[in-house]
Design a protein around this ligand. Structure first.
Ligand SMILES: [Zn+2]
Length: 264
């Protein structure tokens, strides 16, 4: 009987909890409320910042903030112009530049983006950095964390957790959050986004950077540099993300679409 209730709720939720991703239009399952996702991820984000050391490099910090804000503003303007502003109504963009040699950057729900010093040699121009930040902004806007959380809820916990979710037990969400977000997941360590999400973030990221006035072609030069500079110090990156060759091929495929949004 329990199982039936669970199945019933699952069906109900699936019917009611579908969203679609801006730009790509892909349908996605969202079983967790924005508020629950944001609350639980904010705790993790604040904990991360408490332990992290911000970069002492003022110029690079300013660059990360400047490029990030430009992309966020262009993205917001686009969503607003297309009646999707409620999608990001709870977002508060933040761009942090942290001291770490790791070749890394990540994004948490609600627009909390962190860039590590170690990625900057590969993103020396504003345009190349825009490729990184466009990709991160895209993960946030596409709500990939919520989707991944929803998928995990459904496959691992099935009806039981759905019942709790329905009854508003946000402690359940809190518990899941720890395993789902995986700080540092981006560019490789714990739970990476799926390839589908990576490619979608690449696609949307190209468009967002173009909207903000950055030439999307710079994403190719960024990924080419990454491919060339890759050493044994970043093996996770290799294993958990699409290969650079495939990634660059996909980016080339999206390029004509992105260039339509790019005005000099
Ligand atoms: Zn990504």
């Amino acid at each position: 009987m329990k199982k039936q209730t669970g199945l019933f709720l699952a069906t109900l939720l699936l019917l009611s909890a579908c969203g679609s991703v801006p730009l790509t239009g892909r349908r996605q399952m969202m079983l967790v409320s924005d508020q629950d996702v944001l609350t639980s991820s904010l705790t993790q984000y604040n904990n991360f910042l408490k332990d992290a050391t911000l970069s002492a490099d003022k110029a690079q910090t300013a660059k990360v903030t400047r490029v990030g804000k430009n992309i966020a503003a262009a993205t917001e303007a686009y969503l607003k112009a297309n009646g999707m502003e409620t999608d990001i109504k709870n977002f508060v963009w933040e761009f942090n530049y942290v001291k770490s040699a790791e070749v890394n950057a990540f994004c948490m729900p609600g627009g909390k983006i962190v860039v590590y010093e170690g990625i900057m040699p590969f993103a020396s121009t504003d345009e190349e950095l825009a490729a990184v930040l466009g990709h991160e902004v895209a993960h946030a806007v596409a709500k990939h964390a919520n989707e991944r959380m929803s998928q995990q809820m459904l496959t691992q916990y099935g009806g039981i957790i759905l019942e709790q979710a329905v009854s508003g037990a946000s402690s359940t969400v809190q518990t899941l959050a720890g395993t789902v977000y995986g700080l540092g997941a981006e560019f490789g360590i714990m739970l990476p986004y799926s390839r589908k999400h990576e490619y979608e973030a690449d696609h949307m990221g190209l468009i967002f950077m173009a909207m903000a006035g950055y030439n999307p072609q710079a994403a190719i030069s960024f990924w080419t540099k990454m491919a060339q500079g890759k050493t044994s110090s970043v093996p996770e990156f290799m294993s958990t993300h699409p290969s650079d060759v495939n990634r660059i091929a996909e980016l080339q495929k999206y390029m004509p679409d992105a260039m339509k949004y790019y005005k000099r």
